[in-house]
Design a protein. Structure first.
Length: 128
């Protein structure tokens, strides 16, 4: 083949590329802001989740009880309490409306939630 043919072919490819540029899927800034928006939505959903709030509150209750436990018994007691926490969370996942009053769930009032969860946690602990 002649050099002119190669030149014409290369020139045609370059011209076609200029006429049909590839659109970037996302720029770094767009991708970062999109990721930040998704994280914010996820955090918001998680914060407003009844189960998430219950888990946080149960961990707080657990921490208080463990601090009041004698140092020599902490590890054993922590395992027992955590098992009860996980059991209660499983029950809450199935149907938290049976275990928690509707007014507590409606606005996630933290004092009422803590009171209701403490009661349910004690019931769960004593059921074992």
């Amino acid at each position: 083949m002649d050099v002119a043919v190669y030149y014409d072919m290369c020139s045609a490819v370059v011209d076609a590329a200029f006429e049909n540029p590839v659109v970037a899927l996302s720029t770094e800034a767009t991708a970062k802001s999109s990721a930040d928006e998704m994280k914010a939505k996820s955090r918001s959903a998680c914060a407003s989740s009844v189960l998430h709030q219950c888990d946080k509150m149960l961990r707080k209750i657990l921490g208080k009880v463990i601090q009041e436990t004698a140092a020599s018994e902490r590890e054993k007691e922590a395992a027992r309490l955590n098992e009860a926490r996980l059991k209660l969370l499983r029950e809450l996942r199935l149907d938290f409306s049976k275990l928690l009053p509707p007014e507590v769930v409606a606005d996630l009032n933290t004092e009422a939630l803590e009171e209701a969860l403490t009661k349910q946690f004690e019931l769960t602990l004593n059921s074992d």
